[in-house]
Design a protein around this ligand. Structure first.
Ligand code: ADP
Ligand code: MG
Length: 355
C-alpha cells in the first residue's frame, strides 16, 4: 500500500509558484539556489552570501534537515520497511490502542503545539484526522471516492485528539484507542521549513528564502535591504495574485481548497477536512498566515481554513504576532488588523474587501 500524492505532483509544483519574488536587482552578494521534490512538494532554497562554498554546504544541510523531518513524519512507507520502522508517525499509529511510543524531540514538539491549537480552535485543528483523510482517499493515486454518511460517521468516531496522550518526562506519544490514526500533514512541512531556515542561520546566512510548496520562510531582508515581496496567489486564477506581502524575518503559509482536490459530479472535494462533519471545510477558499514561526503558521493555516473567516479572524486577533488574509467562500477578502502595512491588495473585480 504505497500511497503517494503523484496525482498532485504538478498541482504541487504550481502551488510552489504561489511565491513570486519581484525585482531581483540584488547586489554584490553571491546567490545560490537549489530545488528538490520532498514532502510531496517542490522545495526551493535561495541563499545569499560572500562564500559560494558555505552557501552550498548550508543549502545541502538544510535539505538534509527537511529530509530528516520527512522521514520522521511520513505516514505512507511500506509496512515493515526501514522507512516505516524509522517513521515516528508509523510507529505511533502501529501502537494505537496498545502502548506509548518514544519519539524524537521534534515529533514530540510538533505534537505539543498541535494539541495546543486543537484546544485553541475547539477541535477545528485535529491531528487525529487520519481515518478521515484515508476514507476520502486523499493519499491514494486513484481512485478517490466520496464516502457515504455512514462511512463518515464511523471514521469520525476515531478522530479525537483528546485521546492522544503525551508524556513530557519520557517523550512518549500514545493513541489510546485502536483505530486512531495520527496525521501530521498539516504541520510537518512548516516545521521542517523552520528548521531548514535555522540550519541556514547556523551557517551565518543573513538573507535567504525557503519555499516549501507555498510554505515560505524568509531570513532577514533581501541583500539590497528591501523586504521580500511574496505574491499571494489568486485561488480562482493561479496565474494571478490577490496581493503582495512584504516580509522580513518571518513566515507565510497558505492553505487553499485548490491545492489537492478531485471532482465528482461537478463538485470539488479538497483535502482540508472539518473534524466536525467529516467533510471538506467550506467556509474558506484560501487563507495565508503570517507569523514568526513557520511551524505555527502551517498549523494555523489549516486551523483557520476550517474555522472560516468570521470565527478564524477572532482567533487571529487574540494571538500575538499572528496575522492572516482570508479569501472567503463569500468571495470577500478579510485582512487582519496587523497586516494592513504588510499586505498590498491588488485591484480586482472578483473579490470584495470585507468591511
Ligand atoms: P497543504 O498540505 O496543502 O500544505 P495544509 O497545511 O492545510 O495543506 O494541510 C492539509 C493536510 O492536513 C491534509 O492533507 C491532511 O493530511 C491534514 N488535515 C486535513 N484536515 C485537517 C484538520 N482539520 N486538522 C489537522 N490536519 C488536517
Ligand atoms: Mg497547514
Amino acid at each position: 500500500m504505497i500511497k503517494r500524492y503523484f496525482r498532485f505532483f504538478f498541482a504541487a509544483a504550481i502551488a510552489a509558484a504561489f511565491l513570486s519574488v519581484t525585482g531581483c536587482s540584488d547586489n554584490a552578494e553571491t546567490k545560490y539556489s537549489d530545488e528538490k521534490f520532498l514532502m510531496d512538494t517542490f522545495i526551493s532554497i535561495e541563499v545569499y552570501g560572500a562564500d559560494k562554498e558555505v552557501l552550498e554546504k548550508a543549502v545541502t544541510e538544510a535539505f538534509a534537515e527537511m529530509m530528516r523531518l520527512n522521514n520522521l513524519t511520513d505516514r505512507y512507507p511500506k509496512k515493515g520497511s526501514d522507512a516505516y520502522l524509522n517513521s515516528d508517525v508509523c510507529r505511533i499509529n502501529e501502537s494505537a490502542g496498545k502502548a506509548p511510543v518514544k519519539v524524537s524531540e521534534d515529533v514530540y514538539k510538533m505534537m505539543e503545539i498541535s494539541l495546543d491549537y486543537y484546544n485553541k480552535s475547539h477541535g477545528a485543528f485535529d491531528i487525529a484526522v487520519g481515518p478521515l483523510v484515508d476514507l476520502w482517499g486523499f493519499a491514494d493515486d486513484p481512485p478517490h471516492k466520496v464516502p457515504n454518511d455512514e462511512e463518515i460517521k464511523n471514521a469520525l468516531k476515531f478522530v479525537n485528539a483528546d485521546w492522544i496522550q503525551l508524556d513530557p518526562d519520557n517523550k512518549t506519544v500514545f493513541l489510546t484507542h485502536p483505530g486512531m490514526i495520527l496525521d501530521l500533514g498539516a504541520v510537518a512541512k512548516g516545521y521542517a521549513a523552520e528548521l531548514a531556515a535555522k540550519k541556514l542561520k547556523e551557517y551565518g546566512i543573513e538573507h535567504a528564502l525557503v519555499n516549501a510548496g507555498g510554505n515560505i520562510v524568509v531570513i532577514g531582508y533581501r541583500p539590497n535591504n528591501e523586504k521580500w515581496r511574496i505574491g499571494v496567489e489568486d485561488p480562482r486564477d493561479r496565474e494571478s495574485i490577490v496581493g503582495v506581502l512584504s516580509l522580513a524575518d518571518e513566515a507565510a503559509v497558505t492553505s487553499g481548497d485548490y491545492q489537492r482536490n478531485f471532482t465528482v459530479d461537478n463538485v470539488v472535494y479538497h483535502h482540508i477536512l472539518s473534524p466536525f462533519d467529516g467533510k471538506p471545510a467550506r467556509k474558506t477558499i484560501s487563507v495565508t498566515v503570517v507569523t514568526k514561526d513557520s511551524g505555527l503558521a502551517d498549523i494555523l493555516s489549516t486551523t483557520l481554513f476550517v474555522m472560516g473567516p468570521e470565527e478564524g479572524m477572532k482567533l487571529v486577533e487574540k494571538l500575538d504576532g499572528v496575522e492572516a488574509v482570508f479569501v472567503g467562500s463569500d468571495m470577500k477578502i478579510y485582512i487582519s488588523s496587523g497586516l494592513k502595512e504588510k499586505f498590498k491588495l491588488k485591484d480586482n473585480d472578483k473579490y470584495q474587501l470585507a468591511s
